[in-house]
Design a protein around this ligand. Structure first.
Ligand SMILES: Cc1cc2nc3c(=O)[nH]c(=O)nc-3n(C[C@H](O)[C@H](O)[C@H](O)COP(=O)(O)O)c2cc1C
Length: 435
């Protein structure tokens, strides 16, 4: 089959829903929520642009199930314990968002998450986690409070209830965020989960929160609705959630009727999801063969494929048609996950699918190049590293924000300006929060 046709091939999920093609725009936190953490007209504009851009599946940025423990101000929250965040107005806003994102035939799934300990000081008074293990990043994060058993049970119910609201409002699927160090992922890691009860210890116990959240979601949305999980192939953190743990969790997920498993990797401490190495003292090396491949987690995905019985998507680093087609042809995965190119080129999927481009636009290398002048990837100076990572992240946020406001992207924006603007925007939003 010719490569263009391969990417354009529809894919039928186990629940019966058909993805129009093999390209997915994966979750990217938009920061467009209002002071009450509700969806806004900016979500509508951004997702309409992405929906019209030809991607088969679009996954929303992380939507919080607890409005008091959030990943950043500007998140959307569906907090079923707080009636105003699920009232008619909040639902109408979600419906407008879903309608805009699906109008051109794309699937639009909502990513549901709980930030856990990765909730910055300025966004939350009291982060929570499996255990009181602090995220050590220049004092930006408070020590989380270890959750009580009854609170964990409540969080599971929140995931189920939020998924039902997403479905009722017109989202065409949901994804449970089990990656990147947020609450569910922190339960999976022995570094952050020191519990000795049914939620800690052996991997079956550490995975219990993830499995129970998936069950709660499935119970609420029914069998015909897509349910996905995003999971780390490895945390790349010494003593943390390992690739062997991941394979065990995939085996557990095999019994849960999943429609798509998305593979990523890393946490705030080791941001390998973005292709960046974190603090060297804690790091687990990536496999040498992975370093020479375009996509970050392909080697890991091949091992996961050997045990997984659900469809697989791999996200991180894919940029060339050649790389994507080779991965699909090898049988290692079914769907290609892509994120950053959509921040600057919302219609890049169509360009690729119609054979007009062979490579997606990529700015991360030049952003990190700019930052590597500061020697941050290997520098002992954590501040430099944070400017590098957050500046690059801010650069992408600000491009999305411009698209959401109907403004042209600004490719010349520098990394330091992006970093400063990131803090300015997020702190301003934090001050305006009404909770
Ligand atoms: C600006 C930005 C925001 C992101 N927000 C999320 C998020 O809310 N949830 C999530 O699972 N991943 C998030 N990610 C990670 C992406 O989904 C993806 O895994 C990562 O960017 C690697 O893919 P890429 O190389 O194609 O960009 C984010 C990435 C970026 C750049």
């Amino acid at each position: 089959m010719n490569p263009v046709d391969l990417l354009a091939q529809p894919y039928t999920l186990p629940c019966g829903v058909v993805l129009p093609n093999r390209l997915c725009k994966t979750a990217m936190t938009e920061g467009l929520g209002d002071a009450q953490l509700r969806a806004t007209p900016e979500h509508v504009r951004l997702y309409a642009a992405w929906g019209a851009g030809g991607v088969g599946l679009n996954i929303s940025g992380n939507v919080m199930v607890d409005r008091f423990v959030i990943e950043r101000p500007g998140n959307v929250a569906i907090d079923v314990r707080h009636p105003p965040s699920v009232d008619a107005d909040a639902r109408a806003r979600l419906s407008a968002w879903a309608q805009a994102g699906t109008a051109d035939g794309a699937q639009l799934w909502m990513q549901l998450s709980h930030a856990g300990r990765q909730s910055p000081r300025y966004a939350t008074r009291q982060p929570v986690g499996p255990s009181a293990v602090t995220l050590d990043m220049l004092g930006s994060y408070k020590t989380p409070r270890a959750l009580e058993d009854s609170e964990i049970v409540d969080i599971i119910a929140r995931f189920g209830a939020a998924a039902k609201i997403a479905q009722d409002c017109g989202f065409t699927g949901v994804q449970v965020h089990g990656a990147h160090g947020y609450l569910i992922s922190s339960f999976l890691s022995p570094v952050t989960n020191r519990r000795e009860d049914r939620w800690g210890g052996a991997i079956d116990n550490r995975a219990r929160l993830l499995i129970e959240c998936v069950r709660a979601v499935r119970a609420k949305v029914g069998q015909a609705f897509p349910v996905s999980v995003k999971l780390n192939s490895d945390d790349f953190r010494k003593g943390g959630f390992s690739h062997a743990d991941c394979l065990k969790v995939v085996e557990l997920l095999n019994s849960e009727n999943l429609d798509l498993l998305e593979i990523s990797g890393g946490t705030y401490e080791q941001p390998r999801l973005l292709g960046i190495a974190g603090r060297s003292e804690d790091a687990v090396a990536v496999r040498p063969s992975t370093r020479v491949r375009e996509a970050y987690f392909l080697d890991y995905a091949e091992a996961i494929r050997a045990v997984a019985r659900m469809p697989l998507m791999v996200t991180g680093g894919f940029r060339s048609r050649e790389g994507m087609c080779a991965a699909l042809t090898s049988g290692a995965l079914d769907v290609i996950g892509l994120a950053r190119p959509f921040c600057t080129h919302p219609d890049c999927a169509r360009e690729l699918l119609q054979g007009r481009i062979d490579r997606l636009p990529a700015f991360e290398q030049q952003l990190h190049l700019a930052a590597s002048g500061w020697r941050s990837p290997t520098s002992p100076l954590l501040l430099m590293k944070m400017i590098n990572v957050l500046g690059a992240q801010g650069w992408y946020y600000q491009q999305m924000d411009r698209l959401a406001h109907g403004r042209p992207v600004d490719l010349k924006r520098g990394i330091l300006r992006s970093f400063l603007r990131y803090w300015w925007d997020d702190l301003g939003r934090a001050l305006r929060l009404r909770r």
